[in-house]
Each structure stands twice: as C-alpha cells, then as structure tokens.
Write a protein that binds this ligand. Structure first.
Ligand code: ADE
Length: 289
C-alpha cells in the first residue's frame, strides 16, 4: 500500500500511540499530534525527522508523521503526476487526481481520526500564495490532533486542489522554494515544539521570539568576558526583577529596531509603551538611550 511504501522510504514513521485513537479525556492524555504529509518526495523528510527534537517527540509519542507518496495514487500506467498547463505557457502543473486520490484515501481510512471536537483534520496546501505562516497560526495548529499537509511541486498545483480539497493555504515566506516539502517541515517543527512536554524547558516556549508579538532580546552564556566583549553587568547582578525588566526592554528595543511593524500587534503594557516612546524620541534625535 502506498502509505506503507512512503513510510518505509523514510524509514522513520511511527504509528500514532494507542492513546491517539482511544477515548481518554483530553486532560489525562499526553498532547500529541499526527501529521499526514502528501508529497512526491518523501525522502526529503528523512533527515529532519530523524534528528533532535522532532526525533525525540516521535519517540515520546508526542508526534507521529505518515508520509504519503502522491505518485502511488496516480492511476495511469506511468504514474504521471504533472502535465503542461491548459492555455499554454511554460512549466508543468501538478495534476488534481493523484492529490485528491491520496488525501481522500488516507483521510477516509483508519488513522488517528478526528479531533476531540469531532472536527475534520485541516488540509493545508503549502504554497507561496498562501497566507503567511506565523507563530499565532502555529499556536492554533498545535491545538489540533491531526493535520494533513499537501506539498505542491512544479510550477503550481491544479486550481481545483485549492478550491475543493485544501481547507487552508500557507506560505513560509515571500520567496519561492522548489516545492512545499521544506515548508511542511517548518510547520511540523514550529507546531510540535509548542506541545506540552516536547521541550525540556517549558519556559522556553513562553519566552520565544514572537510569543507576545516581540522579538527576543540578546542571550549570553559563559565566559563572562570573551575576547574583551563583556556580558552586561545586570545579568550578573542576581536581581531577578531587574533582569526581567532589562530583558523586556531589550526585546522591545530589538523589535523596534528590526521589525517595528510587529509592534502594532504586540501585547504591550503601559510601561512598554513609555519605553517605546523614549526609543522613538531618541531615534528622532539620532541617539541610542
Ligand atoms: N512552496 C514553494 N515556495 C513556498 C513557500 N514560500 N511557502 C510554502 N510553500 C512553498
């Protein structure tokens, strides 16, 4: 069966743990997520899924990934998955039939099933035309139990996949990749690390860049002095409140300097706003506070 072939190709796919299909109440079950990935290149996933956090998340049952080779669902003798576009023009377009065939066969078959709320899994097409993937979208997806990711290839995907199969389209940035595979891995990584228990240090997620709409400030570790470049004194002070205040201000400063557009959406306290106003005044006067 195609699913099995794809799983064996990558040689790393774990089936969902038993609790995934069981009826345990949400609170007593470990947070876990299952991704069905539809791709013409399942071998692209091997390395990233077999290293570091994603590997561990599969071992601990937080994550399962099934790779489905779209080519296996092409019904013609040569397993054709692309054709020239109607109306002419360059390039090839990914055909609708094998993509529909793959997604429908897998999602209607046995598997981790629906979400707790009985929701159908989202079917997300990775494409440069999708909405921009953000931390907020990652947070939303981390609440789902099962997600289907469809990796586009060639110059595009038959429009009927967008219109009648995909429930969402995501882009990981304003550049064009050779296909959606790397984008799918980005989504899997960003979502999986948000599941409770996946990261060793749970505060890491809370302090992430983008979590409350700000970039993270600078980090330092030993040695205290490296080539004459010193760690800021305040970080050595042991004054936790002062350190927290400094970190917040540095996060605000970094966001102001590098991504000011994020500030409009950030969660800001009155004190944050005061600090930003000072930064703004200083920038107008051309100096750094
Ligand atoms: N496929 C090609 N480029 C992409 C992008 N930037 N994001 C998501 N999928 C893509």
């Amino acid at each position: 069966m195609a699913e099995g072939v794809a799983e064996n190709t990558a040689g790393l796919m774990s089936k969902s743990p038993a609790s995934d299909t069981g009826r345990m109440p949400f609170a007593s079950r470990p947070a876990s997520i299952h991704f069905d990935v539809f791709t013409l290149f399942p071998e692209m996933f091997g390395g990233p899924l077999q290293a570091s956090m994603l590997k561990r998340a599969q071992e601990t049952g937080h994550l399962s990934v099934a790779l489905h080779d779209i080519r296996e669902y092409a019904t013609d003798k040569h397993h054709v998955t692309d054709e020239p576009p109607y109306g002419g023009g360059g390039g090839m377009v990914m055909k609708a039939e094998p993509v529909f065939g793959a997604v429908e066969a897998v999602l209607s078959g046995s598997g981790p099933g629906q979400d707790d709320e009985g929701m159908e899994p989202p079917v997300i097409l990775l494409t440069p035309q999708g909405r921009l993937f953000t931390q907020e979208i990652a947070r939303g997806l981390a609440g789902r139990r099962r997600i289907a990711l469809v990796c586009g290839r060639y110059e595009g995907v038959d429009e009927r996949v967008r219109q009648h199969l995909a429930t969402d389209e995501l882009s990981i940035g304003d550049y064009v990749l050779t296909g959606g595979e790397l984008a799918a891995l980005v989504v899997i990584d960003a979502v999986t690390r948000l599941l409770p228990g996946v990261l060793g240090d749970p505060t890491a997620v809370v302090e992430d860049s983008h979590v409350d709409g700000l970039l993270e400030g600078p980090h330092y570790t030993r040695p205290r002095s490296f080539r004459g470049w010193e760690v800021p004194e305040i970080l050595l002070s042991g004054d936790h409140e002062a350190v927290a205040c400094w970190r917040r201000e540095e996060a605000l400063r970094r966001t102001f300097e590098r991504r000011p557009g994020l500030l409009g959406q950030a969660r800001l306290t009155p004190r944050d706003r005061e600090f930003l106003l000072r930064l703004l005044e200083d920038a107008r006067r051309g100096r750094r506070p």
